[in-house]
Ligand binder design. Structure first.
Ligand code: JCQ
Length: 205
């Protein structure tokens, strides 16, 4: 993310919702209607912030994303899609959630980075931003498209090794030292299948 900014590929800005409150104590949350645990993010500061930020980029299209465990699961294809957008606003959900009128009438995409709950959607937002920014042309300094293609072939990566060829008696598979590229490709395909079957059987279905 830092290199992407230094290279002028992306600009990142962080905003504080409390800056769009109008009350003395800058309150952004309140108790849930109907009762229950915890607090809910109020709609007014979120709408005010989004309208203000959007008005400042009026010639560009912008998408508003909400980070939430109740969102659609983030994946590499979503990262690719979002890397094509010219402007994103990411709302870091907090507390027990946000007033549902925000989801119904303001946000374009509700995204989850996985099936667990964080205290702070900003942590999830960093994951999203990193995955998107690395896809911007020139962000990595080397071509990553091939590596991402192998993700999109539906399998996990085959095991990788580097020097030394013998570390504490644990040897690098002989085939990788053979120089036989057809054999190496065949071995990698088998290993990728094995690893996917063991770690992520859901990807094979
Ligand atoms: C994001 N996976 C988990 C926590 C409620 C918007 O409502 C809420 C947002 C959060 C923060 O995000 C996450 C998360 N993807 O916990 C509770």
């Amino acid at each position: 993310m830092k290199r992407g900014q230094e290279k002028g590929l992306v600009e990142l800005h962080i905003h504080n919702l409390r800056d769009w409150t109008t009350d003395k104590h800058h309150v952004v949350d309140d108790a849930p209607f109907g009762g229950g645990q915890g607090m809910v993010m109020k709609p007014e500061p979120i709408f005010a912030a989004m309208e203000d930020l959007k008005s400042k980029i009026k010639n560009q299209k912008s998408k508003i994303v909400l980070m939430s465990p109740a969102g659609r699961r983030f994946d590499q294809q979503t990262a690719r899609d979002l890397s094509q957008e010219s402007h994103l606003i990411i709302i870091s959900g907090h507390y027990e959630g946000v007033d549902h009128r925000v989801i119904e009438h303001l946000i374009d995409l509700e995204i989850s980075i996985g099936d667990y709950v964080l205290t702070n959607g900003a942590i999830a937002a960093v994951v999203l931003v990193d995955a998107i920014v690395r896809l911007l042309p020139g962000a990595l300094g080397h071509e990553q498209s091939a590596a991402d293609d192998s993700f999109s072939n539906g399998l996990l990566e085959a095991p990788q090794y580097t020097r030394p060829a013998d570390f504490r008696g644990w040897k690098v598979p002989e085939v990788l030292l053979s120089g036989n590229h057809a054999q190496i490709a065949k071995w990698r395909k088998e290993q990728a299948s094995k690893r996917t079957r063991e770690n992520r059987p859901d990807l094979l279905r």
